[in-house]
Design a protein. Structure first.
Length: 360
C-alpha cells in the first residue's frame, strides 16, 4: 500500500484568473479546432464538444442537431445499421462515432455497421475500466482491422495508461472514472481521480506522443467545460448537460407539484406541472436490464437513475454552452479555443459562486 499525497484538483477547486485581453467582443472568439490524428492520419474540423454515448444523449437526432453547430456525437452502442438506414434526418458521419464494447458480439456488430455504413470513420471503444489487458488487446485488434479509422478508447485517468492505449492504436483517449452525474463508480468501488488533474496529466502524456484526449464527465455548467479545455483537453464529452432534450428521446413525465403558495380563492395550495425525463448511467440497473435483460449476479450497479428536468430543444443549450466558453476566452485573452490552455492560469478556491438565491 502507498499514498500519493500531492494535491489533485477537480473543476470545483479552481477558477480562471482573468487577464488583459485585446478582444472586443465574444463574437471575435473562434471555437473551431482542426486536429490531425496520429494513427488514422484523418483530419477533424469542428467545435470539439461531444455528446456522450449514453441512452437519451447519443442518439441520431441529437447528432443531427449538434452537427449543425459543428459538435460531435458518440452514438450509443445499441445503434443498429437498420436504425441508421431508416433515419429520416441528415447523417453527418464526420461528426459521429460508432460505439462498441469489447466482447465478440460487440466486435461482430461493429464490423456489420462499418460494412453497411462505410461513411463512418470514427470508432469509440468504450468500457468503464480501461486498465485491463483485454481492453488494450481489443484496441490493438480494432486498429489492425481498421488502420485508417480514427479510434477513441477509454476510460482511464492516468498518464501511463493514456500512453499505453495510444501505443496500442488509439488516436484519442477518453479520460474520466467516476465524475459523471449518474455514475456511482466512486461510491461502489472507491476508485477514481479528480477530473481536472486527470485531464492535465493525461493531456501531457497524450500530446507528448502526438495524440489527443477527451475529458469525459464532471461538467455541470459551461464554466466547467471551459476549465476542461483550459486544463488541456482536446475534446470535452457531455452527458448530463445534454440530457432531457427532445433530441435525446425518452418519455416526458408530467407531475403536479406544490409551489409553496396558498391559493386563497380556492382555499388550497397552488400546484404546477413539472416535466421530467428519465436519465441513467450506462452501468445502472436500468441500462443493464434494458440492454442485457438483467444485472449479472457477479456485478453491482455503478450508475443511478434520475429524473432530469425536461428542457425542450437542444439548440438553446448548445448556444448557452458555446457562449459561456467564448466569454471565458475574452476574460483570459484567448482569441481562439486553441489558445485557451496557453492563456490559462487557475487559482484555487474554496467557493465557486454566491449561491444564496440558489434553490436547494
Amino acid at each position: 500500500m502507498r499514498i500519493e499525497a500531492d494535491l489533485k484538483l477537480d473543476f470545483a477547486d479552481v477558477l480562471f484568473r482573468p487577464k488583459r485581453s485585446t478582444l472586443k467582443s465574444r463574437r471575435d472568439v473562434n471555437l473551431t479546432r482542426t486536429y490531425h490524428f496520429k494513427h488514422s492520419k484523418k483530419t477533424y474540423e469542428g467545435v470539439p464538444i461531444m455528446a456522450a454515448n449514453m441512452d437519451g444523449v447519443g442518439t441520431l437526432k441529437m447528432a443531427e442537431a449538434l452537427s449543425e453547430h459543428g459538435l460531435f456525437t458518440c452514438l450509443v452502442k445499441s445503434i443498429k445499421p437498420a436504425d441508421i438506414k431508416a433515419f429520416p434526418g441528415k447523417i453527418d458521419a464526420n461528426h459521429m462515432a460508432i460505439s462498441t464494447g469489447t466482447n465478440e458480439q460487440d466486435f461482430a456488430n461493429l464490423k456489420t455497421i462499418l460494412a453497411e455504413t462505410p461513411s463512418f470513420e470514427t470508432i469509440c471503444i468504450d468500457v468503464a475500466n480501461g486498465y485491463s489487458e483485454h481492453f488494450g488487446d481489443f484496441v490493438a485488434r480494432v486498429r489492425a482491422a481498421y488502420p485508417t479509422h480514427t479510434i477513441i478508447a477509454g476510460n482511464v485517468v492516468t498518464a501511463d495508461m493514456t500512453q499505453e492505449l495510444i501505443l496500442r492504436g488509439a488516436d484519442i483517449v477518453k479520460v474520466g472514472i467516476g465524475p459523471g452525474s449518474v455514475c456511482t463508480t466512486r461510491i461502489q468501488t472507491g476508485v477514481g481521480y479528480p477530473q481536472l488533474s486527470a485531464i492535465i496529466e493525461c493531456a501531457d502524456a497524450a500530446h507528448g506522443l502526438g495524440a489527443h484526449i477527451i475529458s469525459d464527465g464532471g461538467c455541470t455548467c459551461p464554466g466547467d467545460v471551459a476549465k476542461a479545455f483550459g486544463a488541456g483537453a482536446d475534446f470535452v464529452m457531455l452527458g448530463g448537460m445534454f440530457a432531457g432534450h427532445d433530441q435525446g428521446g425518452g418519455t416526458v413525465k408530467e407531475t403536479n407539484v406544490f409551489t409553496g403558495d396558498w391559493d386563497a380563492e380556492a382555499s388550497n395550495w397552488k400546484t404546477e406541472v413539472k416535466k421530467t425525463v428519465e436519465f441513467y448511467g450506462m452501468s445502472s440497473d436500468t441500462a443493464m436490464e434494458k440492454h442485457y435483460g438483467e444485472v449479472a449476479e457477479y456485478r453491482s450497479s455503478e450508475g443511478r437513475t434520475v429524473e432530469v428536468t425536461y428542457r425542450g430543444d437542444v439548440h438553446p443549450t448548445v448556444k448557452d454552452i458555446l457562449g459561456g466558453i467564448r466569454s471565458t476566452c475574452t476574460y483570459v485573452g484567448a482569441p481562439t479555443l486553441k489558445d485557451l490552455s496557453k492563456c490559462t492560469t487557475f487559482v484555487r478556491t474554496a467557493r465557486q459562486f454566491n449561491d444564496v438565491f440558489v434553490s436547494r
